[in-house]
Design a protein around this ligand. Structure first.
Ligand SMILES: CC(C)(COP(=O)(O)OP(=O)(O)OC[C@H]1O[C@@H](n2cnc3c(N)ncnc32)[C@H](O)[C@@H]1OP(=O)(O)O)[C@@H](O)C(=O)NCCC(=O)NCCS
Length: 161
């Protein structure tokens, strides 16, 4: 939780207490897909995905859709393709579990995340909406079994410049 808070604070969007409580609930759901990026015992990031639901998450379950709920990396380690590796891990597990598609919403101003999703093979669906906070978010989609080749070489320990 601390790393998530730091990652979002570093991009100027510290999570609210309400959002933190919601994420804690999501993490213990039996269907949650959780991947952690770590080096030795140090956790550096995490991705969380869950079954997609109709009505933008409020309706019944959509068997074929995997909803990526969060991806974050400790700000000291941004740009080392850890985010890409986490997305690749999530996609692989989603594919094995029978999902056919992945989707994610990300901030219109979150250039780094948008770059990451595009690199991981996601494309904008054209849908946009406003979060309760008023922040506009964009919708990205991808087949779970991505046909293209993705360069997920980890830039470690030397950061990209
Ligand atoms: C988004 C996030 C997960 C990316 O993690 P990461 O490990 O740095 O991701 P990667 O290194 O795999 O990819 C980042 C890409 O953005 C590029 N990038 C860096 N700064 C950028 C900027 N200002 N604008 C656009 N792209 C940028 C990097 O060069 C890299 O591209 P490359 O693969 O072509 O070299 C991380 O920045 C983070 O935790 N952000 C805060 C939480 C967040 O916004 N999560 C997404 C919410 S949907």
């Amino acid at each position: 939780m601390d790393i998530w808070r730091q990652a979002n604070t570093a991009r100027g969007r510290p999570p609210t207490e309400q959002r933190i409580a919601r994420v804690k609930d999501k993490l213990v759901e039996p269907d949650a897909l959780v991947l952690v990026a770590s080096v030795d015992d140090e956790v550096l990031g995490m991705a969380l995905a869950e079954p997609g639901r109709r009505q933008d998450g409020h309706g019944s379950r959509l068997e074929e859709l995997c909803h990526i709920s969060m991806v974050f990396i400790h700000p000291d380690h941004w740009g080392r393709r850890m985010g890409l590796l986490l997305l690749e891990g999530i996609s692989g597990h989603a594919n094995k579990q029978g999902y056919t598609h992945l989707h994610v919403w990300t901030g219109e101003s979150n250039d780094r995340a948008q770059h990451l999703y595009r690199r991981a093979g996601f494309t904008p669906s054209g849908r946009t909406r406003l979060l309760d906070s008023g922040e506009p978010v964009l919708h990205f989609v991808r087949p779970a079994a991505y046909p293209g080749k993705i360069n997920a070489v980890l830039h470690w320990p030397v950061p990209l410049t």
